[in-house]
Design a protein around this ligand. Structure first.
Ligand SMILES: [Mn+2]
Length: 453
């Protein structure tokens, strides 16, 4: 189905036990001696009947110990001056394993995962109660696992009473995710290699899709090629693929993917794969006919210019939203030049300016273990300053949906939706575009579209 060049060998590196331990220690150093840290897994989720959604553990669990299986809880406590990590997991169970697959179990967790001790999840309540007894602060993010939440809450309530009586038990709960987010925001060299691989595979998948595209193809068939190429490389999508043709390209998070590409419109594909938990996020927009019409080309060039200028603004020391302001300015200038905006540049860029009609989203977001990765954008109310090791997407767009009744779209531009998105690593040497293998120049796209025929 796919040619040899569609398979990209994975990198030889993975997150080492040392790196996991270093992450844990970096977090523990910020905590107090009598803190108890709890990281819960995401719950499994029913799709319908006996069928469940494919399971993915939450990114904080993946970040701290790489544990991927459901029904697990990571707890860290400090006793006798040292931090100890305890992972509660599903124990081995031959019947469950015959039906659902092999489990590492308690022994496997202790032998192969970067933790100190493992126990059966069935022992969580009893052991957690004992640990809560000894701590003064619980670090736990409520809201992602109702079972563990109620366990912590009830232990907390009874221990609070015990504290009044005995002077023991926790006195506060704090969400640890902000501290972990601050760490996850800065990617290590190994994390960057994993992200680079996801980016390369995703780039290749976009190329394969362009190569096979021709008028009459269904959006879902383009989706099949791009996601098929992810799978060909042993990966899956990092988020549901957006494949929108024509007017559908003007819907930001379009997901029906059920229309036929039957004219000379633009196909907008926003799709990226995930490798070892790390996401790629790429958008490309190109004409199904293989050739941009003049209006399409004009709009595309404005977005491309804005995207390149915004990428150039992803430098150490710049505010995180500098790429956004840069993109907005270039977009507004372009639209004024094309006569689409009749305001001055300052007017167009104002809160109530005309640019907002055609460009209504932000220019980027952090990316990492989550496609919209964690990390506060405005710590203490001030814009975050970019540092080497941060990875941010750059994705300006322009959308002229003629279906909208809140704007007048002239016939010339009707139905054009363009977004161009790359993932950019900030380095001391300047922006490093992880998704640079994916073409975006007009000539390169025109040469590629439908060339597999
Ligand atoms: Mn994105």
């Amino acid at each position: 189905m796919f040619g040899e060049e569609a398979y990209i060998a994975p990198p030889s590196v993975s997150i080492s036990e040392n790196e996991y331990r270093l992450r844990q220690q970096t977090l523990f150093k910020q905590l107090n001696e009598n803190d108890l840290l709890i990281i819960v897994c995401n719950p499994e989720s029913a799709r319908s009947g006996d069928v469940e959604y494919p399971y993915r553990n939450n990114s904080d669990m993946l970040y701290l110990c790489g544990w991927k299986d459901p029904s697990s809880v990571l707890i860290a406590s400090n006793s006798n001056g040292g931090w100890k990590t305890v992972l509660f997991v599903q124990p081995r169970n031959i019947l469950m394993e015959i039906w659902h697959g092999r489990r590492p179990g308690i022994e496997g967790a202790e032998e192969f995962w970067p933790i100190d001790e493992a126990h059966s999840i069935d022992e969580l309540q009893e052991r957690l109660a004992a640990m809560l007894d000894e701590c003064t602060r619980v670090l736990h993010r409520t809201g992602s696992n109702a079972v563990v939440d109620s366990m912590v809450n009830s232990a907390f309530e009874s221990k609070s009473r015990a504290r009044q009586l005995l002077g023991k038990g926790p006195i506060s709960i704090e969400d640890p995710s902000g501290r972990i987010a601050e760490m996850r925001l800065r990617k290590s060299p190994t994390e960057i290699e994993l992200m680079r691989h996801a980016s390369k595979v995703s780039s290749r998948a976009h190329i394969e899709t362009m190569r096979s595209a021709k008028p009459g193809v269904g959006e879902w068939q383009l989706q099949a090629i791009i996601e098929g190429c992810f799978m060909w490389n042993g990966q899956s999508w990092a988020y549901p693929s957006i494949v929108g043709y024509g007017e559908n390209a003007t819907i930001l998070h379009y997901h029906a993917n059920n229309a036929v590409c039957d004219g000379d419109g633009i196909v907008l594909i926003d799709a990226g794969s995930e490798y070892e938990g790390y996401a790629a996020d790429i958008t490309r927009s190109w004409p199904i006919s293989g050739e941009f019409t003049e209006p399409q080309k004009a709009i595309y060039q404005v977005v491309l210019d804005a995207q390149k200028a915004a990428i150039a603004a992803c430098v150490v020391g710049a505010a995180y939203n500098e790429p956004h302001f840069t993109a907005r300015r270039v977009l507004a200038e372009g639209l004024i030049k094309l006569g689409i905006i009749e305001e001055s540049l300052d007017e167009a860029l104002a809160d109530d300016g005309e640019l907002n009609k055609w460009y209504m989203h932000n220019t980027g977001h952090w990316i990492g273990l989550d496609v919209h990765d964690v990390g506060i954008y405005r710590p203490n109310g001030e814009p975050r300053v970019l540092e080497a090791g941060m990875v941010i997407t750059v994705e300006p767009g322009l959308y002229f949906g003629a279906w909208r009744d809140d704007v007048e779209v002239s016939e010339k531009w009707a139905g054009i939706g363009i977004r161009i998105e790359d993932d950019v690593l900030v380095t001391a040497e300047g922006p490093d575009v992880l998704t640079a293998d994916c073409p975006k120049e007009i000539g390169d796209l025109e040469a590629l579209i439908g060339c597999a025929d």
